[in-house]
Ligand binder design. Structure first.
Ligand SMILES: *Cc1c(COP(=O)(O)O)cnc(C)c1O
Length: 370
Protein backbone atom coordinates (compact mmCIF):
# COMPACT_ATOMS: atom_id res chain seq x y z
CA UNK A 1 0.00 0.00 0.00
CA UNK A 2 1.33 3.41 -0.85
CA UNK A 3 1.20 6.39 1.46
CA UNK A 4 -2.30 7.81 2.03
CA UNK A 5 -1.93 11.38 0.87
CA UNK A 6 -5.63 12.10 1.32
CA UNK A 7 -5.45 11.13 5.01
CA UNK A 8 -2.43 13.41 5.33
CA UNK A 9 -4.26 16.45 3.89
CA UNK A 10 -5.95 19.07 6.08
CA UNK A 11 -9.11 17.52 7.59
CA UNK A 12 -11.20 20.16 5.83
CA UNK A 13 -9.55 19.34 2.49
CA UNK A 14 -10.60 15.71 2.96
CA UNK A 15 -14.22 16.95 3.13
CA UNK A 16 -13.94 18.65 -0.27
CA UNK A 17 -15.37 17.26 -3.46
CA UNK A 18 -13.95 18.61 -6.72
CA UNK A 19 -15.92 21.31 -8.56
CA UNK A 20 -18.06 19.81 -11.33
CA UNK A 21 -18.01 22.10 -14.38
CA UNK A 22 -20.51 22.11 -17.25
CA UNK A 23 -19.85 19.21 -19.62
CA UNK A 24 -17.59 20.35 -22.47
CA UNK A 25 -19.06 20.14 -25.98
CA UNK A 26 -16.11 18.06 -27.24
CA UNK A 27 -16.60 15.50 -24.47
CA UNK A 28 -20.29 14.94 -25.26
CA UNK A 29 -19.47 14.83 -28.99
CA UNK A 30 -16.95 12.02 -28.32
CA UNK A 31 -19.33 10.10 -26.05
CA UNK A 32 -22.28 10.20 -28.45
CA UNK A 33 -20.33 10.34 -31.74
CA UNK A 34 -22.09 13.61 -32.51
CA UNK A 35 -20.86 16.51 -34.58
CA UNK A 36 -19.82 19.28 -32.13
CA UNK A 37 -21.75 21.76 -34.32
CA UNK A 38 -24.96 19.89 -33.52
CA UNK A 39 -24.49 20.31 -29.77
CA UNK A 40 -25.95 23.21 -27.81
CA UNK A 41 -24.23 24.09 -24.52
CA UNK A 42 -26.25 26.16 -22.08
CA UNK A 43 -24.43 24.94 -19.00
CA UNK A 44 -21.77 27.41 -17.82
CA UNK A 45 -23.38 30.86 -18.03
CA UNK A 46 -21.12 31.72 -20.96
CA UNK A 47 -21.80 34.64 -23.25
CA UNK A 48 -23.50 33.39 -26.45
CA UNK A 49 -22.38 36.42 -28.51
CA UNK A 50 -18.82 35.26 -29.08
CA UNK A 51 -15.92 37.61 -28.37
CA UNK A 52 -16.09 41.27 -29.39
CA UNK A 53 -14.06 42.27 -32.47
CA UNK A 54 -12.13 44.91 -30.55
CA UNK A 55 -11.07 42.31 -27.97
CA UNK A 56 -9.83 39.97 -30.70
CA UNK A 57 -7.86 42.84 -32.28
CA UNK A 58 -6.26 43.75 -28.93
CA UNK A 59 -5.21 40.13 -28.37
CA UNK A 60 -3.74 39.86 -31.86
CA UNK A 61 -1.72 43.00 -31.24
CA UNK A 62 -0.35 41.61 -27.96
CA UNK A 63 0.75 38.24 -29.38
CA UNK A 64 4.33 39.26 -30.33
CA UNK A 65 4.99 39.92 -26.61
CA UNK A 66 4.12 36.37 -25.51
CA UNK A 67 7.68 35.63 -24.45
CA UNK A 68 7.55 38.36 -21.81
CA UNK A 69 6.01 38.20 -18.36
CA UNK A 70 2.80 40.19 -17.96
CA UNK A 71 2.76 43.52 -16.14
CA UNK A 72 2.48 42.09 -12.64
CA UNK A 73 0.92 45.28 -11.32
CA UNK A 74 -1.77 45.29 -14.03
CA UNK A 75 -1.28 49.04 -14.22
CA UNK A 76 -3.25 49.76 -17.39
CA UNK A 77 -6.29 47.68 -16.45
CA UNK A 78 -6.33 48.86 -12.85
CA UNK A 79 -6.15 52.50 -13.97
CA UNK A 80 -8.97 51.95 -16.43
CA UNK A 81 -11.17 50.23 -13.86
CA UNK A 82 -10.43 52.91 -11.27
CA UNK A 83 -11.46 55.61 -13.70
CA UNK A 84 -14.52 53.70 -14.87
CA UNK A 85 -15.83 53.26 -11.32
CA UNK A 86 -14.44 56.48 -9.84
CA UNK A 87 -12.29 54.76 -7.20
CA UNK A 88 -8.56 54.97 -6.52
CA UNK A 89 -6.22 52.45 -8.18
CA UNK A 90 -5.13 51.35 -4.69
CA UNK A 91 -8.65 50.00 -4.16
CA UNK A 92 -8.48 47.63 -7.16
CA UNK A 93 -7.26 44.02 -7.03
CA UNK A 94 -7.03 41.96 -10.21
CA UNK A 95 -7.67 38.23 -10.25
CA UNK A 96 -7.21 35.24 -12.54
CA UNK A 97 -10.99 35.20 -12.84
CA UNK A 98 -12.97 36.43 -9.88
CA UNK A 99 -12.58 32.92 -8.45
CA UNK A 100 -8.97 33.93 -7.81
CA UNK A 101 -10.23 36.88 -5.74
CA UNK A 102 -12.35 34.52 -3.63
CA UNK A 103 -9.30 32.27 -3.10
CA UNK A 104 -7.09 35.22 -2.14
CA UNK A 105 -9.63 36.32 0.47
CA UNK A 106 -9.75 32.81 1.92
CA UNK A 107 -5.97 32.49 1.96
CA UNK A 108 -5.50 35.81 3.72
CA UNK A 109 -8.23 35.61 6.37
CA UNK A 110 -9.37 32.00 6.79
CA UNK A 111 -7.61 29.20 8.69
CA UNK A 112 -8.44 26.30 11.04
CA UNK A 113 -10.50 27.64 13.96
CA UNK A 114 -12.06 30.37 11.80
CA UNK A 115 -15.23 30.20 9.74
CA UNK A 116 -16.91 31.69 6.67
CA UNK A 117 -20.66 32.28 6.44
CA UNK A 118 -22.58 31.77 3.20
CA UNK A 119 -26.03 30.70 2.06
CA UNK A 120 -27.39 27.33 1.02
CA UNK A 121 -27.67 27.10 -2.80
CA UNK A 122 -24.78 29.58 -3.15
CA UNK A 123 -21.81 29.45 -5.54
CA UNK A 124 -19.74 26.24 -5.16
CA UNK A 125 -16.45 28.11 -4.95
CA UNK A 126 -17.31 29.53 -1.47
CA UNK A 127 -17.11 26.14 0.28
CA UNK A 128 -14.11 25.13 -1.85
CA UNK A 129 -12.10 28.24 -0.93
CA UNK A 130 -13.16 27.99 2.74
CA UNK A 131 -12.33 24.30 3.21
CA UNK A 132 -9.11 24.54 1.22
CA UNK A 133 -7.82 27.04 3.75
CA UNK A 134 -8.77 24.82 6.69
CA UNK A 135 -11.69 26.92 7.90
CA UNK A 136 -15.22 25.85 8.75
CA UNK A 137 -18.26 26.46 6.51
CA UNK A 138 -21.31 28.05 8.13
CA UNK A 139 -24.02 27.35 5.60
CA UNK A 140 -27.21 29.27 6.40
CA UNK A 141 -30.58 27.94 5.13
CA UNK A 142 -31.99 29.93 2.22
CA UNK A 143 -35.31 31.77 2.12
CA UNK A 144 -37.28 31.03 -1.08
CA UNK A 145 -33.96 29.89 -2.62
CA UNK A 146 -32.44 33.34 -1.97
CA UNK A 147 -30.06 34.60 0.72
CA UNK A 148 -31.63 35.08 4.16
CA UNK A 149 -29.39 37.99 5.10
CA UNK A 150 -30.84 38.40 8.61
CA UNK A 151 -30.12 34.75 9.39
CA UNK A 152 -26.66 35.11 7.86
CA UNK A 153 -25.88 38.11 10.07
CA UNK A 154 -27.11 36.10 13.07
CA UNK A 155 -24.78 33.20 12.12
CA UNK A 156 -21.67 35.39 12.50
CA UNK A 157 -19.63 34.70 15.65
CA UNK A 158 -16.25 35.79 17.01
CA UNK A 159 -14.48 33.22 14.77
CA UNK A 160 -16.15 34.43 11.57
CA UNK A 161 -13.77 36.29 9.27
CA UNK A 162 -15.60 36.28 5.94
CA UNK A 163 -19.20 36.34 4.67
CA UNK A 164 -19.75 35.47 1.01
CA UNK A 165 -22.92 36.87 -0.59
CA UNK A 166 -23.80 36.86 -4.29
CA UNK A 167 -26.18 39.31 -5.94
CA UNK A 168 -27.65 37.96 -8.15
CA UNK A 169 -26.84 34.49 -6.82
CA UNK A 170 -25.75 31.53 -8.92
CA UNK A 171 -27.35 28.97 -9.47
CA UNK A 172 -30.67 30.41 -8.25
CA UNK A 173 -30.65 33.83 -9.97
CA UNK A 174 -32.19 35.32 -6.80
CA UNK A 175 -31.35 38.86 -5.68
CA UNK A 176 -31.79 41.36 -2.86
CA UNK A 177 -32.46 45.10 -2.92
CA UNK A 178 -30.69 48.18 -1.49
CA UNK A 179 -32.61 48.27 1.79
CA UNK A 180 -31.81 44.61 2.51
CA UNK A 181 -28.11 45.09 1.75
CA UNK A 182 -27.96 48.24 3.89
CA UNK A 183 -29.63 46.50 6.83
CA UNK A 184 -27.21 43.58 6.49
CA UNK A 185 -24.02 45.63 6.18
CA UNK A 186 -24.94 47.73 9.19
CA UNK A 187 -25.27 44.56 11.30
CA UNK A 188 -21.95 42.95 10.31
CA UNK A 189 -19.13 43.51 12.83
CA UNK A 190 -16.21 45.52 11.46
CA UNK A 191 -13.74 42.60 11.77
CA UNK A 192 -15.76 40.51 9.29
CA UNK A 193 -15.00 40.93 5.60
CA UNK A 194 -18.12 40.94 3.43
CA UNK A 195 -17.47 39.63 -0.09
CA UNK A 196 -20.26 40.88 -2.34
CA UNK A 197 -19.96 38.74 -5.47
CA UNK A 198 -21.44 40.68 -8.39
CA UNK A 199 -20.47 38.32 -11.23
CA UNK A 200 -23.82 38.94 -12.94
CA UNK A 201 -24.51 42.54 -11.95
CA UNK A 202 -24.15 43.88 -15.51
CA UNK A 203 -27.26 41.89 -16.49
CA UNK A 204 -29.26 43.56 -13.73
CA UNK A 205 -28.51 47.14 -14.79
CA UNK A 206 -32.16 48.02 -15.29
CA UNK A 207 -33.38 46.41 -12.07
CA UNK A 208 -33.31 47.97 -8.63
CA UNK A 209 -30.37 45.88 -7.44
CA UNK A 210 -27.83 47.70 -5.29
CA UNK A 211 -24.56 48.65 -6.99
CA UNK A 212 -21.86 47.41 -4.61
CA UNK A 213 -19.55 50.27 -5.62
CA UNK A 214 -21.96 52.72 -3.92
CA UNK A 215 -21.35 51.10 -0.52
CA UNK A 216 -17.55 51.00 -0.51
CA UNK A 217 -16.98 54.39 1.10
CA UNK A 218 -19.35 53.61 3.98
CA UNK A 219 -18.14 50.05 4.69
CA UNK A 220 -14.35 49.56 4.89
CA UNK A 221 -14.98 45.81 5.47
CA UNK A 222 -16.75 45.43 2.09
CA UNK A 223 -15.17 43.85 -0.98
CA UNK A 224 -17.07 43.87 -4.29
CA UNK A 225 -15.94 41.21 -6.76
CA UNK A 226 -16.74 41.32 -10.46
CA UNK A 227 -15.71 39.44 -13.56
CA UNK A 228 -15.09 39.74 -17.29
CA UNK A 229 -16.28 36.13 -17.73
CA UNK A 230 -20.00 36.74 -18.15
CA UNK A 231 -21.48 39.91 -19.66
CA UNK A 232 -18.07 40.91 -21.13
CA UNK A 233 -17.65 37.48 -22.74
CA UNK A 234 -14.07 36.64 -21.68
CA UNK A 235 -14.55 33.42 -19.67
CA UNK A 236 -11.65 31.63 -21.39
CA UNK A 237 -9.12 34.30 -20.45
CA UNK A 238 -9.76 34.26 -16.66
CA UNK A 239 -9.91 37.86 -15.53
CA UNK A 240 -11.86 39.41 -12.68
CA UNK A 241 -11.36 42.14 -10.11
CA UNK A 242 -12.22 43.34 -6.65
CA UNK A 243 -12.93 46.83 -5.34
CA UNK A 244 -12.44 47.42 -1.64
CA UNK A 245 -10.85 49.70 0.91
CA UNK A 246 -7.12 50.18 0.32
CA UNK A 247 -6.38 48.25 3.52
CA UNK A 248 -8.09 45.13 2.16
CA UNK A 249 -6.47 45.53 -1.27
CA UNK A 250 -3.06 45.80 0.40
CA UNK A 251 -3.52 42.41 2.11
CA UNK A 252 -4.70 40.74 -1.12
CA UNK A 253 -1.70 42.17 -2.95
CA UNK A 254 0.59 40.40 -0.44
CA UNK A 255 -0.87 36.93 -1.00
CA UNK A 256 -1.49 36.95 -4.75
CA UNK A 257 0.83 35.30 -7.26
CA UNK A 258 3.10 37.97 -8.79
CA UNK A 259 1.73 37.43 -12.32
CA UNK A 260 -1.78 36.20 -11.52
CA UNK A 261 -3.39 37.79 -14.60
CA UNK A 262 -1.88 36.96 -17.99
CA UNK A 263 -1.04 39.61 -20.58
CA UNK A 264 -3.69 38.60 -23.12
CA UNK A 265 -6.34 38.80 -20.41
CA UNK A 266 -5.07 42.24 -19.37
CA UNK A 267 -5.28 43.75 -22.85
CA UNK A 268 -8.56 41.98 -23.62
CA UNK A 269 -10.19 43.31 -20.44
CA UNK A 270 -9.07 46.86 -21.27
CA UNK A 271 -10.61 46.56 -24.73
CA UNK A 272 -13.77 44.97 -23.33
CA UNK A 273 -14.29 47.84 -20.87
CA UNK A 274 -14.20 50.26 -23.80
CA UNK A 275 -16.74 48.28 -25.80
CA UNK A 276 -19.99 49.59 -24.33
CA UNK A 277 -21.85 48.41 -27.41
CA UNK A 278 -20.95 44.75 -26.75
CA UNK A 279 -22.17 45.03 -23.16
CA UNK A 280 -25.43 46.53 -24.38
CA UNK A 281 -25.89 43.68 -26.89
CA UNK A 282 -25.15 41.13 -24.12
CA UNK A 283 -27.86 42.63 -21.96
CA UNK A 284 -30.40 42.82 -24.78
CA UNK A 285 -29.83 39.27 -25.98
CA UNK A 286 -30.08 38.11 -22.37
CA UNK A 287 -33.38 39.79 -21.58
CA UNK A 288 -34.92 38.55 -24.85
CA UNK A 289 -33.64 35.03 -24.18
CA UNK A 290 -34.88 35.10 -20.60
CA UNK A 291 -38.34 36.02 -21.84
CA UNK A 292 -38.21 33.30 -24.49
CA UNK A 293 -37.33 30.61 -21.92
CA UNK A 294 -39.93 31.82 -19.42
CA UNK A 295 -42.62 31.69 -22.10
CA UNK A 296 -41.46 28.21 -23.11
CA UNK A 297 -41.58 27.00 -19.50
CA UNK A 298 -45.05 28.49 -19.07
CA UNK A 299 -46.28 26.62 -22.15
CA UNK A 300 -44.84 23.40 -20.73
CA UNK A 301 -46.49 24.01 -17.34
CA UNK A 302 -43.11 24.27 -15.58
CA UNK A 303 -42.22 26.70 -12.83
CA UNK A 304 -38.91 28.44 -12.41
CA UNK A 305 -37.07 30.74 -10.01
CA UNK A 306 -37.23 34.34 -11.33
CA UNK A 307 -33.63 35.30 -12.21
CA UNK A 308 -31.63 38.48 -12.70
CA UNK A 309 -28.61 36.58 -14.09
CA UNK A 310 -27.88 35.10 -17.53
CA UNK A 311 -29.37 31.75 -16.51
CA UNK A 312 -32.57 30.37 -15.05
CA UNK A 313 -33.29 27.44 -12.73
CA UNK A 314 -36.33 25.48 -13.89
CA UNK A 315 -38.27 23.21 -11.54
CA UNK A 316 -39.39 19.75 -12.72
CA UNK A 317 -41.05 18.88 -9.39
CA UNK A 318 -39.32 15.48 -9.67
CA UNK A 319 -35.74 14.23 -9.91
CA UNK A 320 -34.27 16.17 -12.84
CA UNK A 321 -31.40 13.70 -13.48
CA UNK A 322 -33.27 11.54 -16.04
CA UNK A 323 -34.43 14.68 -17.87
CA UNK A 324 -30.85 15.95 -17.94
CA UNK A 325 -29.71 12.59 -19.34
CA UNK A 326 -32.38 12.66 -22.06
CA UNK A 327 -31.38 16.21 -23.02
CA UNK A 328 -27.71 15.15 -23.24
CA UNK A 329 -28.62 12.28 -25.54
CA UNK A 330 -30.22 14.84 -27.88
CA UNK A 331 -27.07 17.00 -27.79
CA UNK A 332 -28.31 19.63 -25.32
CA UNK A 333 -26.07 20.37 -22.34
CA UNK A 334 -27.58 22.20 -19.35
CA UNK A 335 -26.48 22.13 -15.73
CA UNK A 336 -27.76 19.71 -13.07
CA UNK A 337 -27.78 21.41 -9.66
CA UNK A 338 -28.31 18.45 -7.33
CA UNK A 339 -24.89 19.27 -5.87
CA UNK A 340 -26.35 22.63 -4.82
CA UNK A 341 -29.19 20.92 -2.94
CA UNK A 342 -31.62 21.40 -5.85
CA UNK A 343 -32.14 17.89 -7.33
CA UNK A 344 -35.45 18.78 -8.99
CA UNK A 345 -33.99 21.72 -10.93
CA UNK A 346 -31.84 22.21 -13.99
CA UNK A 347 -30.00 25.48 -14.54
CA UNK A 348 -30.16 26.73 -18.11
CA UNK A 349 -27.86 29.49 -19.37
CA UNK A 350 -29.43 31.98 -21.74
CA UNK A 351 -28.18 31.32 -25.27
CA UNK A 352 -28.92 32.79 -28.67
CA UNK A 353 -32.52 32.75 -29.89
CA UNK A 354 -31.78 29.60 -31.93
CA UNK A 355 -30.01 27.81 -29.05
CA UNK A 356 -32.84 28.59 -26.65
CA UNK A 357 -35.36 27.32 -29.20
CA UNK A 358 -33.43 24.10 -29.75
CA UNK A 359 -33.37 23.53 -25.99
CA UNK A 360 -37.11 24.19 -25.67
CA UNK A 361 -37.92 21.90 -28.63
CA UNK A 362 -35.84 19.05 -27.24
CA UNK A 363 -37.24 19.59 -23.74
CA UNK A 364 -40.79 19.45 -25.09
CA UNK A 365 -40.02 16.17 -26.83
CA UNK A 366 -38.31 14.74 -23.72
CA UNK A 367 -41.22 15.64 -21.45
CA UNK A 368 -43.76 14.14 -23.88
CA UNK A 369 -41.86 10.85 -23.86
CA UNK A 370 -41.56 10.77 -20.07
C1 LIG B 1 -19.28 32.74 -12.88
C2 LIG B 1 -19.20 33.21 -11.49
C3 LIG B 1 -18.08 33.88 -11.03
C4 LIG B 1 -16.98 34.26 -11.98
O1 LIG B 1 -16.01 33.37 -12.09
P1 LIG B 1 -14.70 33.77 -12.90
O2 LIG B 1 -13.64 33.13 -12.09
O3 LIG B 1 -14.59 35.27 -12.87
O4 LIG B 1 -14.88 33.24 -14.25
C5 LIG B 1 -18.04 34.35 -9.74
N1 LIG B 1 -19.08 34.19 -8.92
C6 LIG B 1 -20.20 33.57 -9.32
C7 LIG B 1 -21.34 33.47 -8.40
C8 LIG B 1 -20.28 33.04 -10.60
O5 LIG B 1 -21.37 32.38 -11.00
Amino acid sequence: MSFDFLAAALPSVQQLSPYVPGKPVEELARELSLNPEDIVKLASNENPLGPSASVCAAIAEALPELTRYPDGSGFALKSKLAEHYAVETGQVTLGNGSNDILELVARAWLAPGRNAVFSAHAFAVYPIATLASGAECREVPAKDYGHDLDAMAAAIDSNTRVVFIANPNNPTGTWFNQATLNAFLSQVPEHVLVVLDEAYIEYAADSNLPDGMDYLSRYPNLLVSRTFSKAYGLAALRVGYAMSSKAIADVLNRVRQPFNVNSLALVAACAALDDAHYLERSRELNSQGMQQLEEGFKTLGLSWIPSRGNFIAVDFAQDAAPINQALLEQGVIVRPVAGYGMPNFLRVSIGTQAENQRFLDVLTQVLQQA
